[in-house]
Design a protein around this ligand. Structure first.
Ligand SMILES: Cc1cc2nc3c(=O)[nH]c(=O)nc-3n(C[C@H](O)[C@H](O)[C@H](O)COP(=O)(O)O)c2cc1C
Length: 218
């Protein structure tokens, strides 16, 4: 298993370097792809936060400039048009929207609530679109979900995909779904080895997609 993971890492990194070198040959510059990662939960013990953290560490290992944030640090009231008219958009929403704009893409790990993604996630993105309707336009998006049960959040992932797909962005084809997540993490938050290759393949998929777009644009 470990050998398979190493091979995958080397393979993904080589593909990435080939694409980036081709692009930099044309432009004279090498920029690391950058990604914003967060969970659609602000619960302290959130399994989706654990997954987001592991994803960030895999991304860094693959040469991506990864920024992990906690939505708890960007508190926003439930969207209310009257509130917006009276007080404007919260500073936390402006900061969040700015972060999205600074990155090439976003990876979201959302819990599934009654077959959908979370109100926290919807509310946060809704506020960000009040600053710029196209805040996510042109971004490369990866979707993940972790659940304690066997479903792995697949119903919520589908709804999240269909909702985001209207926002002029790109979504990598395969989401990452982690069922029985309470058993998947060690006490130190590390992911069990049997899930590691799948997570690397997911981040590798994002990397290849974003690198391909950069090479085409160069
Ligand atoms: C309102 C609510 C609805 C839920 N609905 C689902 C569901 O549809 N499918 C599922 O697998 N888990 C469901 N759960 C359980 C969550 O997957 C579980 O609480 C999970 O730990 C939440 O993610 P987090 O740990 O990242 O906060 C629900 C939990 C809540 C609070």
């Amino acid at each position: 298993m470990l050998i398979a993971v190493d091979k995958l890492t080397v393979y993904t990194y080589n593909v990435y370097m080939t694409i980036v070198k081709t692009a930099s040959h044309k432009t004279g510059s090498v920029a690391k792809p950058s990604i914003l990662i967060f969970a659609g939960s602000n619960r302290a013990g959130s399994v989706n936060k654990k997954l987001a953290r592991q994803t960030s560490s895999v991304a860094e290992q693959l040469g991506i400039d990864a920024r992990l944030i906690d939505l708890k640090d960007y508190p926003m009231p439930l969207y209310d048009g009257d509130l917006e008219q009276e007080h404007g958009v919260p500073a936390s929403a402006e900061a969040f929207a700015e972060l999205i704009k600074e990155h090439d893409g976003v990876i979201i790990a959302s819990p599934e609530y009654n077959g959908a993604f979370t109100p926290l996630l919807k509310n946060t993105i809704d506020w960000a679109t009040r600053i710029d309707k196209g805040v996510l336009a042109g971004k490369m998006i990866g979707l993940m979900s972790a659940t304690p049960g066997r479903g792995g959040g697949k119903r919520g992932l589908k709804l999240l995909h269909d909702w985001l797909a209207n926002m002029r962005l790109s979504i990598i084809p395969e989401p990452f779904s982690l069922p029985q997540a309470l058993q998947a993490f060690g006490e130190d938050g590390t992911l069990a080895p049997e899930h590691q290759a799948g997570l690397e393949a997911f981040v590798g998929q994002w990397l290849q997609a974003v690198s391909r777009e950069e090479a085409v644009a160069a």
